[in-house]
Design a protein around this ligand. Structure first.
Ligand code: GAL
Length: 339
C-alpha cells in the first residue's frame, strides 16, 4: 500500500466512525441494529426473498485453551448458531440463536463442551426446508463429523438431525453449496484435513448420495468458499494453521466435482501473504452479479472478538484477484439504498 492509499484508507475509516454510520470497515467491530457487536463467525449468507440471512458461530464470552493438546486448541463453549437478517447487507438485525446448545445431555453433539463451526444454510425448494450443515466436533477435534439441522423458517429454530462422517470420511472445515439446477453439495476437509471432498447431497439435502470426489489430495486446503461465475466454479481456501492466518489459494473447474486447477493466492496488497490476517469462510453474489469474499480475522485468545473482512472479488480472463480494500461497499450500488 502506498502512502496515498494509506492516507485515504485512514481518512475513510475516520469519516465513517465520526459520522456514526454503519459503514462496515474491514477488521473493525461491526455492530448490529441494536448496537451490539455482530457475533456470527465462520459464517455464510443465505439470500432468500428480499432478505439476506447471515448465520455464524455465536461465540461464548470465555475463550480457553483445551489442556493436554499439542496444538493451539483455543475454544469457547458451544453457545449456539446465530442468525442476523438484513435487506442491505449493512444493517443487520439480530434474529437470535437459531440452533441452541443442549446442556442437559453430556453425550449430545450440541453439548456446550462440543465444537460447532462454519454453519451454512441453503433452502430446499421442494421440501420448503432450510437446511443447515456445520462442522461438529468434540473438544479436541477428534470426532471430525458434519452435522445437519433443518427448520421451516430461515430464523429457526433449527432441529438438529445428526452428525456423521460423510462417505465414511473425516469432516472438519466445510461449506454447502446449492447449484443453479437445485442440486446441492457438501465440501469438507478430510483425511486429516489433507484432502477436500466434494459430495453430492440427496434431493432433500440431508444425506450424501455416495457420489463424491477427492480434491487437492495431500495439499491441506481448509476453509472452502465456493462460487460460480460464467459456468466456472471457483473455490477459495486457506492452508492449515489453526487459528493463525496463512496464505490463501484458489481453484477453478468447469464441473463442480472437478477436476480443479489449484492456483496461487488471489489476494493482493499489504499482508496478502497472510490473507490480510484472516481466513476464508464464504463467497456471496451481489444483485449486480459481482461477488464478495467473506473472511474471519480470528482472535484466537478472545474468539468472540474475532472480526470480519469482506472484500470484492475481481474476476477476469486470467482468473481472480482479491485486492485489499478498507470496505467492500463500493460494489454495492444495487444492494444498498442510496439515502
Ligand atoms: C482452523 C479452522 C477453524 C477452526 C480452527 C481451530 O483451521 O479453519 O474453523 O477449526 O482451525 O484451530
Amino acid at each position: 500500500m502506498n502512502r496515498l492509499t494509506l492516507t485515504l484508507t485512514s481518512l475513510l475509516a475516520t469519516i465513517c466512525l465520526h459520522a456514526g454510520n454503519n459503514t462496515p470497515i474491514n477488521g473493525e467491530v461491526w455492530l448490529d441494529t441494536s448496537g451490539n457487536p455482530i457475533n456470527a463467525h465462520g459464517g455464510g449468507i443465505l439470500h432468500h426473498g428480499d432478505t439476506y440471512y447471515w448465520y455464524g458461530e455465536y461465540k461464548g464470552k470465555d475463550t480457553y485453551r483445551s489442556p493436554n493438546i499439542g496444538w493451539e486448541c483455543y475454544r469457547t463453549d458451544f453457545t449456539g448458531v446465530s442468525c442476523y437478517s438484513s435487506t442491505d447487507l449493512i444493517n443487520w438485525n439480530f434474529e437470535g440463536v437459531v440452533l441452541t446448545p443442549d446442556p442437559t445431555n453430556s453425550t449430545s453433539d450440541l453439548h456446550p463442551t462440543m465444537v460447532i463451526e462454519r454453519p451454512k444454510v441453503i433452502y430446499n425448494d421442494n421440501t420448503k426446508q432450510f437446511v443447515m450443515w456445520m462442522h461438529v466436533d468434540d473438544h479436541n477435534y477428534w470426532q471430525a463429523t458434519a452435522g445437519v439441522a433443518v427448520s421451516d423458517s430461515p430464523t429457526g429454530p433449527f432441529r438438529f438431525i445428526e452428525a456423521i462422517r460423510p462417505n465414511g470420511a473425516e469432516s472438519r472445515d466445510l461449506t454447502v453449496y446449492k447449484d443453479d439446477d437445485g442440486k446441492a453439495y457438501l465440501l469438507y476437509s478430510s483425511e486429516g484435513n489433507a484432502t477436500l471432498y466434494i459430495s453430492r447431497l440427496t434431493d432433500d439435502y440431508l444425506k450424501q448420495t455416495g457420489v463424491y470426489t477427492r480434491n487437492f489430495a495431500g495439499k491441506s486446503r481448509e476453509a472452502p468458499a465456493i462460487f460460480k461465475n460464467n459456468g466456472k466454479y471457483y473455490i477459495i481456501s486457506s492452508g492449515c494453521s489453526g487459528w493463525s492466518p496463512n496464505e490463501a489459494a484458489y481453484a477453478v473447474a468447469d464441473n463442480i466435482m472437478g477436476p480443479y486447477e489449484l492456483l496461487p493466492n488471489p489476494c493482493t496488497g499489504v499482508d496478502a501473504d497472510k490473507t490480510f490476517y484472516s481466513q476464508s469462510t464464504f463467497a456471496l453474489q451481489l444483485k449486480d452479479g459481482s461477488f464478495i469474499a467473506m473472511f474471519d480475522r480470528w482472535k484466537k485468545e478472545n474468539l468472540i472478538d474475532s472480526r470480519y473482512v469482506w472484500l470484492p472479488i475481481d474476476i477476469n480472463e486470467e482468473g481472480i484477484t482479491i485486492p485489499w480494500t478498507p470496505t467492500w461497499t463500493q460494489n454495492m450500488e444495487t444492494d444498498v439504498d442510496k439515502k
